[in-house]
Ligand binder design. Structure first.
Ligand SMILES: Nc1ncnc2c1ncn2[C@@H]1O[C@H](COP(=O)(O)OP(=O)(O)OP(=O)(O)O)[C@@H](O)[C@H]1O
Length: 265
């Protein structure tokens, strides 16, 4: 039985028996890489009728007003829309960091909208990578060590670390800079290390909130080229927010968010 199936079957028992075990390597169940779970044609994420609001100053701010979307393996999808239109709110829901008020979100067959924090965290740790505007690197660690840390955190076997770290830094074009620390690198290079770090544990989904916002156009183009490469070589699905119309050209699909809904078809 795969780790997710086990989680679905006995979440209460698992929580009771091993509440602190998630970060310890030896106790981790095997990742389920079975064909059914890694199917290339079945949807990766299915979002239906999602609403989300927040209590602000005594009233309810209705941010997402009925979002429907389906993400498939190996897609590069972008979310655009005015500031405050709800892009980050949606990204948080897709990554299981937050839950909808109403509506459903399935990550493969797993109901994020119903699952508790612990269950969603476990999926996130194994299946989802995040990239933020600020690069989220450990400043005292080299590029190599930063990527290695991600594998350690994901509970990957130590024997796999070296090969995978080198592979990921190669993929983002930084094999020659692996011993450099963040302050010795440009913003674009740091962001590429952050990408290597986010994909090291082979997530099926990579979520990126304005990953090029701090970069000039040349560096943005480099990051987008890396994203296209990752989609092709690792079959990752990338969902990112952006304000930059020039980089939207490389997307497989662009969703425009207007007043809490998607505009157009
Ligand atoms: N936890 C929260 N509590 C209260 N209000 C929130 C919360 N999260 C988001 N909001 C509000 O929801 C609205 C949408 O925010 P969100 O960050 O999703 O927009 P965005 O489209 O990502 O904007 P930007 O492009 O500026 O990043 C904003 O008005 C924001 O202030």
């Amino acid at each position: 039985m795969g780790w997710l199936a086990r989680l679905v079957k006995k979440p209460d028992e698992a929580a009771r028996d091993a509440p602190e075990q998630e970060l310890r390597e030896p106790s981790l169940p095997e990742a389920d890489d079975s064909e059914a779970n890694r199917s290339d044609t079945a949807p990766l994420l299915t979002v239906t009728g999602v609403h989300r609001g927040f209590d602000v100053g005594g009233s309810r701010l209705h941010v997402l007003k009925g979002i429907d979307m389906v993400l498939y393996p190996g897609q590069l999808v972008m979310l655009k829309g005015r500031s405050g239109s709800g892009k980050t709110t949606l990204l948080n829901l897709l990554g299981g960091l937050d839950q909808p008020d109403t509506g459903t979100i399935f990550f493969r067959q797993y109901p994020f909208h119903e699952w508790n924090d612990r269950e969603r965290t476990e999926v996130r740790r194994r299946e989802i990578g995040f990239i933020f505007q600020a690069f989220a690197l450990m400043p005292l660690l080299s590029a190599y060590e930063n990527v290695e840390l991600a594998l350690r955190m994901a509970g990957k076997p130590r024997a796999e670390w070296k090969k995978r770290v080198e592979e990921c830094l190669e993929l983002v074009g930084l094999a020659k800079r692996m011993n450099h620390r963040p302050f010795e690198m440009s913003g674009g290079e740091q962001q590429r290390v952050a990408i290597a770090k986010a994909i090291a544990h082979r997530p099926a989904l990579l979520l990126a909130d304005e990953p090029t916002a701090e970069l000039d156009s040349q560096m943005s183009a480099q990051v987008m080229a890396v994203f296209r490469d990752i989609v092709e070589h690792e079959r990752v699905t990338i969902c990112m927010t952006t304000h930059d119309p020039t980089i939207m050209e490389v997307a497989d699909h662009v969703y425009e968010m207007v007043d809490g809904r998607f505009a157009g078809p």
